[in-house]
Design a protein around this ligand. Sequence first.
Ligand code: NDP
Length: 300
Amino acid sequence: MAAEIIDGKALAADLRGKVADHVARLKAEHDLVPGLAVVLVGEDPASQVYVRSKGKMTLEVGMASFEHRLGADTEEGELLSLIARLNTDPKVHGILVQLPLPDHINEELVINAIDPSKDVDGFHILNVGLLGTGQKSMVPCTPLGCLMMLRQYHGSLSGLDAVVIGRSNIVGKPMAQLLLGDSCTVTIAHSRTRDLPGIVRRADIVVAAVGRPEMVTGDWIKPGATVIDVGINRVDAPERGEGKTRLVGDCEFDSCAAVAGAITPVPGGVGPMTIACLLANTVTACCRAHGIDEPDGLTA
Ligand code: NDP
């Protein structure tokens, strides 16, 4: 039986609708406009596309967007000064520094300079610790989006076997924490894992965050399992014409979809949810900053 397609585009549109409603309420009832500052250092083409689309969607839901584009040769101190200004700017409720940063800038130092209450990416060490200890935190956007999709499809995740492939700080580890928080039995796999196909085959939920095109194939998947494909990989597509490319996930879609119970497509799965969760986190940060009750359904 073919898997149900988990439509990340539609779910993200729903979530953005909820965010827009809350933004309107914050304006009407509290005279507040949630503001998101995005900082881009350098001219990485992919980062420029992400920043543009984040800015556009921020405005679409009625929030304020502040874009700061700095040259590739920007000194670390200059970036830290900008963050210090944004930390104290009352119009800014969320700060996102687009990664990766140029090599001469210490990424960890920069991320940890962001006020944790404005850290809408959830990468500050304090938020990492709060998430790890099951306390209220800012939750990283990509894993949050994956969790929302899983809850939407399954309802309760309690007792399910989950395998997260990838142990990065931005996806794999926080994803595992969130699944544990929802009472899954969690295995984190990585490049040194032995018998990865055998481990994946036991899972009711597979989250692939590896960055290797179509690595996970249908024969790894337990019949009926849910597959969340985080990977975004650009590969050559000569069938579309000379020099053309296309995006694929970390899972081979057709073979996995033939066995799985549900699967996210690439594109149109995790990607749109990530940006919607960034907007949701900005509303959450704004409510927390002003002691306003947080709306349901915007965070973990
Ligand atoms: P990283 O490169 O930081 O981490 C990749 C992880 O995969 C590592 O833990 C690595 O293991 C593991 N890995 C690599 N090769 C293998 C292998 N052969 N078998 C098992 N595990 C392996 O990547 P990210 O976590 O940042 O991103 C992962 C993917 O998700 C990328 O394609 C990225 O583009 C995409 N992404 C998508 C987002 C979205 O919004 N949809 C957002 C963020 C990322 P080890 O630690 O041992 O090296």
